[in-house]
Structures are given as C-alpha cells and as structure tokens.
Design a binder for this molecule. Structure first.
Ligand code: GLP
Length: 239
C-alpha cells in the first residue's frame, strides 16, 4: 500500500483527481470504478474543472459505480444515480456510465448482470473508494466472510445512522443496498482509497495495520498490489 498524507481535504481531492486525470490521458477508453459519499465530491469537482479546461475527455470512458440503494427510485435526490449526475455525469461528456439498478424485481439477476457488464467492459482500470467509519467499502458491511461478488446488502445500524444526515429522518434511509463485492473491488487494476477527517482515523489505522478481517472490510485491500491511500492529516492521525 502506498500512503499519501495531504494537508487537508482540498489537497487530498486534487491529488486524487490528478491520478484519475493521468489515467484518462494515458488510456482515454479507461473503465473507471466510481464511488459516492461526501469524500469524493472534491475529486469530482476537480475532474469537472479539468474537463472544462480541455485537459481530459470522457467520450470513450466507461464507468461502474460501487453501489446503489435498494428500492430507492433514481429520481430521489439521495439515490447514488442522482448524486453521480449532480457531481460528475451532467458536467462531462461521459455516455457510458453504469450503476447497479436497485429498483429491479430480480435483484440476484441484476447482481449477476452487473458483474458480467464489468467483465465485458474489460474490468475496472482504476477504482476510487471512500470508507465508512466501521471500515466498510462500497456497502460491504462488517461480516463473518468477505462477500465476493455484487450482492444485496443489509445496512448496519451505524451506516444507516451515518447516512441519515442526508435524509429528512433516519426512517427514510433505505435499509438495503446493492453493492459490488470485495472480490469485484479487488479485481480492479488500481485502487485509490480516500479518507478525510478524524472520524475515519480509526478505520484507516485498522485498514493499514489491522489483521485482514471481514469485520473490517477495507482490510481486504491489503491483499491488492496497487492501492494508494490518500488521506488528510486528521484521517492519518492514528497511523
Ligand atoms: C456510504 C457509501 C460508501 C462511502 C461511505 C462513506 O456508505 N456507500 O461508498 O465510502 O458512505 O461516506 P462519506 O464519504 O460521506 O463519509
């Protein structure tokens, strides 16, 4: 694992955006793995800026998001589809973007199809990740095993509580989500994990120094040979 400690959120975001920009310049038809949450917002803003300056182009890019809430219509302003359009897709010339469809009847078939679409696109070249306070990545919650493929997840009370800040009340937060599995994430050629703020310091310390343990899903990243962790000073404070 390579660890970069930045002064603050802005520097972390810029560093991450430059890694993605370089990827797009070197391989314009890259397959990007994308994440939601407040952490990557600054990186997306910087990528939009670089696009507007003519430095990068998304015409040949394919993207796959990590996760989507289950049974939350995409028109809902808390859906991850809505988030991605708001922060990135509506501002750049990307045409081929994909998120798991959480509205389907047959969620098992959707999970299988999502994996197949990623494979058919040639696999993910670079995946950005945030991290939950409990060490979740995507929506892979602490569990007794690492779940390999895209699957339906029961969100933990702590994740529901953490995400309730975006909803009018905790009752409105969906209790399930469709998420890439740990195997799906580990198959990415390169992984960039971002974390900012004191609240993530414990999860980051466990990710870097802890035993590989499905109770802290991000520890699986220790098994990958090309992971860059970009932190601000607060998130790095327990390293
Ligand atoms: C959600 C998302 C994760 C994200 C996490 C942390 O649960 N599914 O992909 O990493 O929240 O979010 P934030 O970046 O807002 O702290």
């Amino acid at each position: 694992m390579k660890i970069l400690v930045c002064k603050d959120y802005a520097q972390m975001s810029e560093k991450a955006a430059r890694i993605f920009a370089a990827q797009l310049i070197l391989k314009p038809n890259s397959v990007l793995g994308l994440a939601t949450g407040s952490t990557p917002e600054g990186m997306y803003a910087s990528l939009v800026e670089k696009y507007n300056e003519g430095k990068i182009d998304f015409a040949d890019v394919t993207s796959f998001n990590l996760d989507e809430y289950y049974q939350l219509p995409v028109e809902n302003d808390q859906s991850y589809d809505y988030f991605m359009k708001k922060h990135l897709f509506n501002h750049v010339n990307i045409e081929n973007f994909n998120l798991p469809n959480g509205m389907v009847e047959d969620v098992e078939a959707e999970c299988k199809a999502y994996e197949e679409r990623i494979e058919a696109a040639g696999g993910i070249d670079i995946q950005v990740l945030g991290i939950g306070k409990n060490g979740h990545i995507g929506f892979n919650e602490p569990d007794s095993v690492f779940i390999k493929n895209t699957h339906l997840v029961e969100l933990t009370p702590s994740t529901i509580e953490a995400n309730s800040r975006f909803f009018a009340s905790e009752e409105e937060v969906p209790k399930k989500a469709v998420s890439m599995g740990i195997g799906t994430i580990l198959k990415s050629k390169k992984i960039v994990l971002l974390a900012s703020g004191e609240g993530k310091a414990d999860a980051i310390a466990k990710t870097v120094y802890g035993d590989i343990d499905p109770m802290v899903p991000a520890t699986a990243l220790q098994l990958h040979n090309d992971v860059i962790i970009i932190l601000d000073e607060a998130a790095a404070s327990q390293l």
